[in-house]
Design a protein around this ligand. Structure first.
Ligand SMILES: [Zn+2]
Length: 107
């Protein structure tokens, strides 16, 4: 097992329940299906190689959610989250990047 490597491209897969995934794989964005069949959460290993998971709530999918959320696009060009993902420097690696068309663009 080696999830400490950096990653610059991602492919999205749909999952029913993230808890059934024992170990996130590098380069995979897991989209957990919500009650209406659309993804409500994107989870993936941080591209910096720190080995931690990033969790992004999809905008409009959680009622009453007031924290950060992202718009999700997943089409032939790849998976895109907008705006950028910025991990809290005090508590995490502090990575700041865009995921655009399946590619990581560092900020
Ligand atoms: Zn990181």
């Amino acid at each position: 097992m080696d999830n400490k490597q950096t990653c610059d491209s991602y492919t999205a897969i749909d999952v029913k329940d993230l808890l059934e995934i024992d170990e996130l794989q590098p380069g995979v964005v897991y989209l957990e299906e919500g009650h209406n069949g659309k993804p409500w959460l994107a989870a993936f290993l941080c591209p910096c190689g720190c080995g931690e998971a990033c969790h992004c709530i999809i905008r409009g999918m959680v009622q009453g959610h007031t924290g950060p959320s992202w718009t999700l696009t997943n089409n032939d060009s790849g998976v895109t989250l907008f705006p950028s993902v910025h991990r809290i420097p005090e508590r995490t690696c502090g990575a700041h990047f865009f995921l655009e068309n399946g590619r990581i663009k560092w900020c």
